[in-house]
Design a protein around this ligand. Structure first.
Ligand SMILES: Nc1nc2c(ncn2[C@@H]2O[C@H](COP(=O)(O)OP(=O)(O)O)[C@@H](O)[C@H]2O)c(=O)[nH]1
Ligand SMILES: [Mg+2]
Length: 239
């Protein structure tokens, strides 16, 4: 993988006009205790693997709200789904990047579906494979009526990469709402994490279909999971 980007570094040059904006950068969405409790209850219920989809015609009927998790290979999608659902291997947390080429559907208490998308930015696959699964993923993201929000996962050590910007641009164009989730926050020191979060939040603020607030998570330390469950529970109520 040769995606180099100035954002790789966690050191941030902040010019004074941007620095003034810091107060307006929302990092963790505010949830009421009732929302947090609704999220806890939702994921305490029955969560089951539903199906793997390799072609659009095999998508389940659009009769239930759904959210999906997108992100580069190895960003921590499967680990996050496992952590959310308190299950060790509901979503296969593979150490082989790009092994997941399907859209994997999970049914949460017959109230909302969670979809684990194929990871992008995986260099070791064949061009044909990459074309196949990016085609499927794009068609899904652009045209899926019950899709309430795309969670775009960003490795907090690396920040936004070109492939993340590509997917955000596509979602902006298609007017599909998305929200960034920072993963593996346990791997950074507090100061480093704050810098990268602020920098990422500033960049996302300008994007039309993006949620201004990021959710910071660690599947290892279980940080941010209550907030994410609360967001999903709120979306489950939308019909
Ligand atoms: N330290 C740390 N490692 C994580 C975290 N989430 C995932 N990982 C590790 O990152 C690697 C990729 O995770 P995985 O969930 O398979 O990523 P996916 O390809 O996006 O599904 C694995 O080795 C995980 O153990 C986290 O929150 N903290
Ligand atoms: Mg995975």
């Amino acid at each position: 993988m040769t995606e180099t980007h100035d954002d790789d570094s966690v050191s941030v040059d902040v010019d004074s006009s941007e620095a003034k904006d810091d107060a307006a950068v929302n990092i963790t969405p505010a949830h009421s205790r009732a929302q947090i409790e609704a999220g806890r209850l939702l994921f305490a219920r029955d969560v089951t693997f539903m199906l793997s989809v390799v072609k659009l015609s095999a998508l389940p009927p659009p009769n239930m709200p759904e959210v999906c998790f997108a992100g580069r290979s190895n960003v921590g999608k499967s680990s996050l789904i496992n952590a959310l659902t308190n299950r060790k291997d509901l979503a296969r947390a593979s150490n082989t990047p790009g092994r997941t080429r399907e859209l994997n559907y999970f049914n949460v208490d017959e109230r909302i579906r969670v979809v684990d998308l194929p990871g992008y930015g995986y260099a070791r696959a064949s061009k044909k494979d990459i074309a196949n699964w990016t085609g499927l993923t794009r068609d899904y993201l652009r045209g899926r009526a019950p899709l309430r929000r795309v969670f775009v996962l960003i490795d907090s050590r690396h920040g936004l990469k070109d492939s993340d910007i590509d997917i955000m641009e596509m979602l902006d164009e298609a007017a599909v709402t998305y929200q960034l989730i920072m993963t593996k926050t346990d791997k950074l020191k507090k100061g480093e994490l704050e810098k990268i979060i602020k920098k990422t939040a500033r960049r996302v603020k300008k994007r039309p279909a993006a949620f201004p607030e990021l959710i910071c998570t660690s599947s290892v330390k279980k940080n941010g999971l209550d907030e994410l469950r609360a967001e999903i529970a709120t979306l489950a109520e939308t019909r």
